[in-house]
Design a binder for this molecule. Structure first.
Ligand SMILES: NC(=O)c1ccc[n+]([C@@H]2O[C@H](COP(=O)([O-])OP(=O)(O)OC[C@H]3O[C@@H](n4cnc5c(N)ncnc54)[C@H](O)[C@@H]3O)[C@@H](O)[C@H]2O)c1
Length: 437
């Protein structure tokens, strides 16, 4: 057994601040209140239901993750949010239409208490949206200061011991790294001069990191994933995670692809299409926001299949991803995948997957887990990119020069080994020779 890492106790309340009070956020908040009241089960959440095996297979030690780390009880979580719309969380949840009104009505008072703070928002970065609940400021610097003020007063008002901030706002337009993103100094100068390379999500990320608050990005836009904010996170000892929650079709893709590759079956076509009718679908109907999402969704297969190592199996892959906005389906996304496979002697086969899923039902437990694990990381004094949380994301943040790990099963092993490492437990390699000595 190694020495366990010193982890500060989770005493007092944990404030979870969500940017955006849309389908995902309202489903997280209503869900946590419903679970607290024992109205519904926490299905899909590792922090609530997951276990971790410790020691040998024959030792019979598989504690709940929640108990092993004494994670904060759900009763100790208090939610806050920003949105460009003024609706409180109850009416925003009704608008999102994910959860049944009968369930929402049982947690109505808790949801009505979450009223969105005025947002930092600029239509330049999300073309399909506009709303009245928006901060005014002459510079992006002033807007960042206003967010810092919101964070501080929320913490004080709700008597929180610790905070976590998660971007659950809309997907912003596609931006590439530029000079303003290269250092903290350049970034701060850019805030003062209203540099167009700094979208709203970066202003939230900057404010969080400045305040020492762990930050995650549930959407694919760059946000904290730039050298300037990584530098700041290192200085302030702030853990970061992102980007783009891995739900729906990409989740299935990163379950299926490692399986096909494990059997060295070739794949020369993977056609993925979705219909989605919620506000996220509407925003993604704009080509510039879709481009951000497309980049995030498409890269996973290249990394999993490693075509450079398997010429002839994966180097001819045609990978197409489409999202079509189709209002009648609301949040209940339908995804189709057609996979063109190649087997023994080059014989072709096909695999079809039709996933009738619920986007925010899949996303909500990931937001809860990310919040609790980022809080754990902070209490363990871990800073910067938390690669062990790649498990939750389509475009996992990774150190420069490294390729991201997309295989869900490797990601889970990485996460659980990190938990073992934190507790000073032996890492599990699955070698297993010791059982046959
Ligand atoms: N649902 C999923 O399965 C899933 C999976 C991966 C990623 N995501 C991403 O998570 C994000 C949220 O998804 P959703 O389904 O809740 O979308 P949504 O459209 O229902 O909610 C987003 C909310 O963010 C608000 N918003 C936008 N810009 C803002 C800003 N600058 N400040 C404050 N509020 C802002 C919008 O007004 C809206 O209420 C999207 O970017 C989506 O692409 C969702």
């Amino acid at each position: 057994m190694e020495t366990p890492v010193d982890i500060a106790a989770a005493q007092g309340r944990l404030g979870v601040l969500l940017v955006g009070l849309g389908a995902v956020s309202t489903t997280v908040i209503a869900g946590v209140h419903a679970i607290r009241k024992k109205l519904a089960p926490a299905v899909g959440s590792l922090t609530e239901l997951g276990t971790v095996r410790l020691g040998k297979r024959s030792d019979g030690r598989s504690p709940r993750i929640r108990e092993l780390f004494e994670l904060p009880p759900l009763d100790d979580i208090v939610f806050g949010a920003w949105d460009i719309f003024e609706e409180d969380c109850y009416s925003a949840a009704r608008t999102a239409g994910v959860l049944e009104p009968a369930l929402l009505d049982q947690v109505k008072a808790d949801l009505e208490a979450v009223k969105p703070m005025a947002a930092v928002f600029d239509r330049q970065y999300v073309k399909r949206l506009d709303g009245p609940n928006v901060k005014k400021g002459k510079t992006k610097r002033e807007l960042a200061d206003a967010l810092v003020e919101d964070i501080r007063s929320f913490k004080q008002r709700h008597d929180c011991a610790r905070l976590v901030l998660i971007w659950c706002g809309s997907t912003e337009i596609y931006l590439q790294e530029s000079s303003v993103h290269q250092s903290v100094d350049a970034f701060e100068a850019g805030l003062a001069s209203n540099d167009p390379g700094i979208p709203s999500s970066m202003i939230y990320a900057y404010a969080a990191i400045k305040e020492g608050v762990p930050y995650a990005n549930a959407a694919p836009n760059l946000s904290a994933d730039i050298p300037a904010l990584l530098e700041l996170a290192g200085r302030k000892r702030v853990p970061l995670a992102g980007k783009d929650l891995k739900t729906g079709q990409t989740l299935i893709k990163t379950i299926m692809a490692p399986g096909l590759k494990a059997r060295v079956l070739g794949v020369n076509g993977w056609y993925s299409t979705n219909i989605l009718g919620n506000r996220d679908g509407e925003v993604l109907d704009d080509p510039e926001s879709f481009k951000t999402k497309e980049e995030s969704k498409k890269s996973v297969l290249d990394y999993i299949f490693q075509p450079h190592l398997y010429p002839g199996l994966y180097d001819q892959l045609h990978h197409v991803v489409r999202i079509n906005y189709y209002p009648p389906r609301g949040d209940n996304k339908e995804g189709w995948d057609n996979i063109d496979l190649i087997g023994w002697l080059g014989y072709p086969m096909q695999l079809k997957i039709n996933f009738l899923c619920r986007d925010s039902i899949l996303a909500a437990p990931l937001v809860l887990d990310t919040a609790l694990f980022l809080d754990l990381a902070k209490r363990a004094n871990m800073a910067g990119i938390q690669e062990w949380l790649s498990f939750y994301f389509k475009s996992p943040m990774h150190a420069p020069g490294l390729y991201p790990e997309h295989d869900l099963f490797i990601q889970l092993m990485k996460l659980k080994n990190t938990l073992r490492y934190l507790k000073g437990e032996e890492l599990i390699t699955h070698l297993g020779l010791e059982y046959y000595d």
